[in-house]
Design a protein around this ligand. Structure first.
Ligand code: SAM
Length: 290
């Protein structure tokens, strides 16, 4: 089966799970109208001052981060394959009064065809693991960046997926983009408890079980795969960091809470990074821009 049919099955799976995720999150428009932001310090510090920045937020899901960026003064286009996510994001923009443009598209198609150009392409937390072809992705990212523009990526570390909830090793380190068929995108917001609720006053977990009728396809990309694709695209890697806490996501039962909806490993000998950040620049002069 081609990557396109895999991506289309993912579209159905994300469409099915999107209402399940949002049922927990309360009045998100009121949260945003009241000045709330869903962004974590890692992406804020990498992005830098937002006013005037033109950002492409790829795999933007329901637009909460997109609108938090726009509220900070950036001009943002959010792109996602899910019809349900983009419809929710457009309504959230209207209801919150925060303007942003949202496009429903496979990110590989949009990056290859859009006429828009940006200072930053931003993606985060569960993004490139859904994309079958990293070289096409990074070539597209380079294409839409103006010279001097940057890719800013904040992601959960592939090592974190080697362990089960009891911190026992259960899987090999991801590499080479091997396809993984999943039963369907899960209600990970329910599983995360307060970590992904973003802080709306009336947000609370709905315990009703959710079963996704549509399988999903993920891809086991390791850090070397992502960095390799970035370098092959001609972007210049300017920063790569590993971080020993997790923003929002609580993958293991014994994790210790940190302030600001973050989690770290319990004390002991087992220490490993839970997230990484990557920044890469399109550095060639304007004359070489196609
Ligand atoms: C875990 S969510 C990312 C959450 C995001 N960081 C946010 O701001 O909320 C992953 C998103 O990737 C989207 N996605 C998966 N495959 C895609 C593709 N081929 N093109 C565009 N979006 C895709 C899904 O629809 C989903 O909304």
């Amino acid at each position: 089966m081609s990557w396109r049919s895999h991506h289309e099955q993912n579209r159905a799976s994300w469409n099915a799970v999107t209402p399940a995720h949002n049922r927990h999150k309360g009045d998100q428009a009121a949260f945003l109208r009241g000045g709330g932001s869903t962004l974590f310090p890692e992406e804020k510090s990498l992005l830098g001052p937002l006013p005037g920045l033109r950002i492409a937020h790829v795999q933007c899901n329901c637009g909460q981060d997109t609108l938090s960026l726009a509220a900070g003064g950036a001009t943002v286009t959010g792109v996602d394959i899910s019809d349900a996510a983009i419809a929710f994001a457009q309504k959230l923009s209207a209801d919150s009064g925060i303007p942003a443009r949202f496009v429903r598209s496979d990110v590989l198609d949009w990056l290859a065809t859009t006429d828009e150009r940006f200072d930053v392409v931003f993606a985060s937390y569960g993004a490139f693991g859904w994309i079958a072809d990293l070289d096409t992705l990074t070539a597209g990212i380079r294409r839409v960046l103006d010279p001097g523009g940057r890719l800013v990526y904040v992601e959960f570390h592939p090592i974190a997926f080697m362990f089960d909830r009891a911190l026992q090793p259960v899987d090999v380190y991801a590499s080479g983009g091997e396809p993984i068929v999943e039963p369907g995108v899960s209600d990970y917001v329910q599983a995360a408890g307060p970590g992904l609720l973003h802080g709306a006053d009336d947000a609370k977990i709905d315990d009703t079980p959710f079963e996704n009728p549509h399988v999903a396809h993920a891809y086991a990309w390791g850090i070397a795969d992502v960095v390799g694709a970035v370098l092959r695209s001609g972007l210049r890697l300017t920063r790569l960091t590993e971080i020993e806490h997790s923003n929002g996501w609580k993958p293991y039962d014994a994790m210790v809470p940190l302030p600001g909806r973050r989690w770290t490993l319990p004390p002991g000998k087992l220490r490993f990074p839970l997230m990484y950040t990557l920044e890469a620049e399109r550095s060639e002069p304007a004359s070489r821009t196609p």
